[in-house]
Design a protein around this ligand. Sequence first.
Ligand SMILES: Cc1cn([C@H]2C[C@H](O)[C@@H](COP(=O)(O)OP(=O)(O)OP(=O)(O)O)O2)c(=O)[nH]c1=O
Length: 185
Amino acid sequence: MQLVLASKSPRRIAILKELGMKFDIIPSQAPENSRKKRPAARVKELAVQKAFDVARKYPGAVVIGADTLVYCKGEIIGKPKDRADALRILKKLNGAWQSVYTGVCVMNLQEQKMLFGHDVSKCKARRLSPQELEHLAGKHMDKAGAYAVQDTDDPFIERIVGSRSNVVGFPVEFFQKLFKEFLAL
Ligand SMILES: Cc1cn([C@H]2C[C@H](O)[C@@H](COP(=O)(O)OP(=O)(O)OP(=O)(O)O)O2)c(=O)[nH]c1=O
């Protein structure tokens, strides 16, 4: 069985490797477009789109796709567009509880098998000073919410309720359960 991770995310690659899985890395080229208003529905749709984009090129493979976003005060927050956007996002998240959603999809087109779902964790951000926010803005342009809980230099998140790996982009416990179910299909 060829296993493919449809992602360029260093965190997703590292986590899947830590699980001892052998896989190829073929990032999805799918544009991240979703009109879904609810975060859980959106991450699932995007995870399916990413997996499908690669699966149609490798129909015999088992392909894994994932998508992560932050949800706070009614706003769905993805990766910042630029430094100004990162600062705006960090100001909004400052001192606040937020939810981090990751959608995961596993599919094999040849066998017409697909499973997808999501995990959600709650994160509490510390209240940083305007100077600290300025310093942090722009450091994590490739991450949803413009921060990185895995980065020891990043003081932003002080508490996580739920899966930590989910916040970093790949929910280990949820994935293991989903993958086991997928193999049994
Ligand atoms: C909140 C948070 C997100 N992230 C990352 C996980 C994801 O890589 C990224 C969210 O963007 P995604 O669009 O989910 O993923 P990506 O563009 O990095 O990779 P791909 O689409 O190829 O799979 O943010 C962290 O690394 N640390 C964090 O604390």
